[in-house]
Ligand binder design. Structure first.
Ligand SMILES: Nc1ncnc2c1ncn2[C@@H]1O[C@H](COP(=O)(O)OP(=O)(O)OP(=O)(O)O)[C@@H](O)[C@H]1O
Length: 200
């Protein structure tokens, strides 16, 4: 439900990537790997309709990018790379409430804690939970496993695999082995995107 055709993005005259083609399904877990600065966040933010493409076209849930930005706003949610929390409690940091998500991400017992007082890992989990609890049709998660210990990484990935049975989840990581459990793995490198693996 995300399709890019000859997509390019440049800042001034410098291309981050060009001639990107991708066709992502309605549901499934899709990992985007690549080294620092390769363009993972930029691509995710284009899909999130936060960054405008420089050339080509992107279709989100069937609508061209500019139209989708108006039509599909709440259906496509992006979780920032940085653990982003606001003042107030964990509960007050959530826009939507979903017990399953909070339980799975280990936040259930922390609802009355001050969000700014959480550790980096729990701030990151809250950033991800804020998106997943709202049940978007497309969840775009920028390095959701960063800051997490191995147990929490695995727990989160297991939950994402479950979640992706109903929705499309695109997530980024620097660490290719971690992407193995995803149904599709794309790599972005030197301005090009290529499909490394697909089980769909
Ligand atoms: N607003 C901007 N203005 C100018 N250049 C930018 C801007 N945003 C990103 N870039 C450049 O685009 C390139 C890709 O950045 P991006 O953050 O998408 O990479 P990334 O793969 O997510 O990196 P990392 O793994 O380090 O988070 C980098 O060279 C970066 O400096």
């Amino acid at each position: 439900m995300i399709k890019a055709v000859a997509l390019g993005k440049r800042y001034n005259d410098v291309y981050v990537f060009k001639n990107v083609y991708i066709d992502l399904p309605q549901r499934g877990l899709v990992a985007l790997v690549g080294p620092n600065g390769s363009g993972k966040t930029t691509l995710l933010k284009i899909f999130a309709m936060l960054t405008e493409p420089s050339e080509g076209e992107v279709y989100i849930l069937g609508a061209p990018w500019r139209e989708a930005r108006v039509k599909h706003r709440g259906r496509v949610l992006y979780a920032h790379q940085e653990p982003l929390v606001y003042s107030g409690t964990v509960e007050q940091n959530l826009i939507c409430n979903d017990d399953d998500v909070l339980e799975a991400l280990g936040l259930k017992g922390l609802m009355r804690h001050k969000a700014k007082g959480l550790s980096g890992g729990y701030k990151k989990l809250l950033t991800v939970a804020r998106v997943l609890a709202c049940k978007p049709q497309i969840a775009l998660l920028d390095e959701p496993t960063a800051y997490l210990d191995p147990g929490k990484r695995q727990g989160l990935l297991e939950y994402l695999n479950e979640y992706a049975k109903k929705s499309l989840v695109v997530w980024t990581t620097h660490y290719p082995p971690e992407a193995d459990s995803s149904e599709q793995v794309y790599e972005i490198r030197d301005g090009n995107l290529r499909l490394l693996k697909s089980r769909i």
